[in-house]
Design a binder for this molecule. Structure first.
Ligand SMILES: [Cu+2]
Length: 133
């Protein structure tokens, strides 16, 4: 075994843990009220964080976000038993089976002003829209 490689792997693991802790901390205080019909995105570490709750549909169903800033989309489920766990954003090829409870993150590149992103459950019954300005 090469000792240098082992050291390098160890350093990378530490860096990864530090970055993970930072992400966890940066998420605090950025909670969006799930019941709000319209919400604005928050920003953190060069990305704007958009939080959506998936349970009996998606809330908020309309989100206002900033153009020109990459998006970290966090989709939260909490004992979600309906088809909103079959999460899709077709224009980005996103298709995910969400856990019944948890937070699933998606990276979405920066969008232009006037762009919209449409997401829905797989059958297209429950929908949400992100508008960029
Ligand atoms: Cu559905």
């Amino acid at each position: 075994m090469n000792a240098k490689i082992i050291l390098l792997v160890g350093a990378l693991a530490l860096a990864g843990a530090a970055a993970g802790a930072f992400l966890l901390n940066s998420g605090k205080g950025n909670k969006v009220a799930a019941s709000a019909a319209v919400s604005s995105a928050h920003s953190s570490a060069g990305k704007q964080i958009i939080e959506i709750t998936a349970k009996d549909g998606y809330s908020p169903s309309l989100i206002k976000a900033k153009a020109g800033i990459p998006i970290l989309l966090k989709v939260k489920t909490q004992d979600t038993q309906d088809c909103s766990t079959a999460f899709t954003i077709p224009s980005f090829g996103i298709q995910a089976g969400l856990p019944a409870t948890g937070v699933t993150e998606f990276d979405i590149p920066a969008q232009k002003a006037g762009d919209t992103i449409e997401g829905s459950c797989q059958m297209g019954m429950s929908r949400f829209t992100i508008e960029f300005n």
